[in-house]
Design a protein. Structure first.
Length: 256
């Protein structure tokens, strides 16, 4: 599904613990182009959502083939399971449910041009011996004649943020079918109003048993409050054939 980031908030679980959540608005999506295993070599579908104001001719043609009245604003290709028809409306509750794990893909916030200290966490140069201009410098970026160049991928200053990021294994706290909204535990990439791609997570939930926290504390009863009848029953041990009687009978047999 394709969603829109609304805002971050917090809710309380059944143990009254604070859980940070992100509210995502998910509009109905429509299948536009279906990729077949025999024809294309893989199975996928291109889903679209929203309404485009300035669509291109390929998008208009794909919308007409799918039987859509309006051209979607956003189109993304995702994998799917089962059977799907062109132009069929896909709703939020048909794909996701409460407690399920999802992978969310989006573009991170752009930070502009940043140095190596902010962008990569460099420590900077020495703060003493008169090197006032080395405080946030990157240091050496290469060798001399060999190799005689700067290696590709070296961590240097540059554009920070605005990258495609996928956050995996986020738990769905709540699904609101009427308003088309869902609450996801934790933070997701992007800014308010940015579009997100929601897919079923490849990760699985960890199997563990959460300790039950009682609503009211249970205080043990004092010794004075315990009834006398209960005390006597706990002190008196039940007699059986293996007790004192059994020992006396065994002793008489040995003497005889």
């Amino acid at each position: 599904m394709i969603g829109e980031k609304v805002e971050m908030s917090q809710v309380f679980d059944r143990h009254s613990r604070v859980v940070p959540v992100t509210k995502i608005k998910v509009s109905p999506a429509y299948g536009m182009v279906i990729k077949d295993q025999k024809k294309d070599g893989y199975k996928a579908v291109q889903i679209g959502t929203g309404v485009s104001k300035s669509a291109k001719k390929p998008q208009v043609g794909a919308a007409k083939k799918a039987g859509l009245k309006e051209v979607p604003r956003l189109v993304r290709e995702v994998q799917f399971e089962g059977d799907l028809e062109l132009g069929k409306e896909i709703n939020l509750d048909e794909v996701f449910r409460k407690g399920q794990l999802v992978d969310i893909t989006g573009f991170s916030k752009g930070k502009g041009f940043a140095g190596v200290v902010k962008r990569w966490g460099f420590a900077g140069g020495p703060r003493t011996h008169g090197q006032s201009d080395r405080e946030r410098a990157p240091g050496s970026i290469g060798a001399t004649t060999t190799p005689g160049r700067v290696y590709k991928g070296l961590k240097m200053a540059g554009h920070m943020g605005n990258e495609r990021i996928t956050t995996q294994g986020l738990e769905i706290i709540e699904v609101n079918k009427e308003e088309g909204e869902m609450l996801v535990k934790g933070s997701v990439p992007g800014w308010r109003g940015s579009f997100l791609l929601l897919q079923k997570s490849k990760k699985k939930k960890k199997a563990y048993h959460e300790l039950e926290i009682p609503e009211t504390p249970v205080v043990a009863a004092k010794e004075e409050e315990v009834p006398e009848e209960v005390k006597q029953e706990s002190v008196e041990a039940p007699t059986s054939g293996t007790g004192q009687e059994g020992q006396s009978e065994g002793a008489t047999k040995v003497e005889e």
